[in-house]
Ligand binder design. Structure first.
Ligand SMILES: NC(=O)c1ccc[n+]([C@@H]2O[C@H](COP(=O)([O-])OP(=O)(O)OC[C@H]3O[C@@H](n4cnc5c(N)ncnc54)[C@H](O)[C@@H]3O)[C@@H](O)[C@H]2O)c1
Length: 422
């Protein structure tokens, strides 16, 4: 029996996890460059990090990079269903990074794991969805909270929660909103969520998307990605929105836009990706098309009112991996994927490594930046400096073998001046 710290499903999966982590590493050249730099400069030497992230092959590469930079880190899952058990095992066994994550863990275990990483006494928090930071503030206001110097937050929903903490003067340390970097949301949210959400729907249902009506709720960064990828596969995409600007954007991108109550009547697939609550609610469930398949790719599993579906169901059963069938009391059948949790991370493998390369370059350089500047920062939400964002894009282009032009001195002067006109 191993005495390694951590709580994973099966340490015997470690070798398989290591192979898959190495596979992802091939697509993460920017993070590799940062790792090489971190080995030389040791920017996180002796610093304790508690990370609450989706435990995937890409996150493993981030953890390995942070460790190379000198940190003493622990990791837990940011979602009960997104953990890749072989990756968690490999981090524990091969990388010596205590990891507390088991795919399918119940809520009690999920929070026990978060509490365990908090008791590591982190100086930096690295969060995805703000569960770590909010637990730290609510349950450890003195002992552990006081030790934290700064944090980083990965996703849109986490940033929304942090801004709410900032508004209420509840936030006690500065946090970097990684999501707000251009090299994060423009790529990870759009191309990553776009591809992996469709991947998850295909893996779990194996249904042809061509010719189907596919409803995307929310035309934000993630929704744009899902809609465009579904369109590429031949689906008739319908968008629902509450923001008029985003709705016009969807119309001009060639999608039909209508209220959810109408969309549910014709949707074969309905995918929520809003970060909002009860986007599919009782009034929509009442009109769902028979056979509709529901999935969520937003952060929390409350975009689809699952209890309301259960309440009017006469039976429910698992019919395929990650597919639950509900027979409603009027005879209609509807299917829910992955318990309404982030479908791309639950029923597939999450974002491909190439986009996470940029997101996690932001995490690694962001942690270094926040630590270096923490003394001058207020307990607020910050964005990464523009030059770091640009540098990540520059390195990514170099890794792709793509060259671009630079401004000439004459153009620089022209673009900075106001005198010249017609
Ligand atoms: N699945 C993933 O791997 C992944 C990756 C990144 C972000 N996320 C999560 O996805 C969610 C969306 O992120 P984003 O970056 O696209 O956010 P965003 O703010 O860019 O877009 C969200 C959109 O949803 C719309 N919206 C809100 N309530 C709505 C409603 N009731 N009906 C229809 N539209 C509604 C908003 O107007 C907005 O346009 C967040 O929860 C985020 O944390 C998931």
């Amino acid at each position: 029996m191993s005495t390694l710290p951590g709580d994973v499903k099966d340490r015997g999966l470690a070798d398989r996890g290591k192979q898959r982590i190495e596979w992802a590493a091939k697509e993460m050249p920017v993070l590799r460059l940062i790792r090489e730099q971190f080995i030389r400069t040791q920017p996180l030497k002796g610093i304790k990090i508690a990370a609450c992230l989706h435990v995937t092959t890409e996150t493993a590469n981030l953890a390995i990079t942070l460790k190379a930079g000198g940190t003493d880190m622990v990791l837990c899952a940011s979602n009960p269903l997104s953990t890749q058990d072989d990756v968690a095992a490999s981090l524990n066994v091969h990388e010596g990074i205590p990891t507390y994550a088991i795919k399918g863990e119940d809520e009690e275990t999920y929070y026990r794991h978060i509490n365990t990483v908090i008791k590591h006494g982190p100086q930096i928090t690295m969060d995805d969805g703000c569960d770590l930071v909010s637990t730290l503030h609510k349950e450890y206001p003195d002992e552990y909270l006081a030790r934290v110097i700064c944090g980083t937050e990965e996703t849109t929903t986490g940033v929304i929660r942090l801004r709410s903490m900032e508004r209420e003067h509840a936030l006690r340390f500065p946090v970097l909103a990684v999501n707000e970097s251009d090299t994060k949301h423009l790529f990870d949210n759009r191309y990553g969520t776009g591809q992996s959400t469709i991947d998850a729907i295909i893996r779990s249902t194996n249904i042809l998307l061509a010719g189907k009506n596919l409803v995307v709720a929310g035309y934000g960064w993630c929704g744009k990605g899902v809609a465009s990828r579904a369109k590429g596969l031949g689906a008739n995409v319908i968008v629902t929105e509450v923001n008029p600007v985003r709705a016009i954007e969807a119309v001009m991108d060639g999608f039909r836009v209508m209220p959810m109550v109408k969309a549910v009547q014709i949707g074969d697939f309905i995918i929520t990706v809003t970060g909002d609550l009860n986007v599919i609610n009782e009034e929509h469930i009442a009109h769902l098309k028979n056979g509709a398949i529901l999935a969520n790719s937003g952060h929390f599993n409350d975009e689809i009112n699952i209890p309301a579906i259960a309440d009017i169901s006469t039976s429910r059963r698992i019919v395929r991996d990650f597919v639950e069938e509900f027979v409603l009391n009027d005879g209609r059948t509807v299917y829910l994927l992955a318990d309404g949790r982030l479908v791309n991370l639950s029923a597939a493998e999450g974002h491909p490594a190439s986009v996470m390369d940029m997101s996690f370059a932001n995490q690694a350089l962001g942690a270094e930046y926040m630590l270096k500047h923490a003394k001058t920062l207020e307990p607020q939400v910050y964005t990464i400096p523009h030059d770091i964002d640009q540098e990540i894009a520059r390195l990514k282009l170099i890794s792709m073998g793509i060259e671009i032009d630079s401004l000439t001195p004459e153009q620089e002067k022209y673009l900075a001046s106001w005198e010249s006109g017609t």
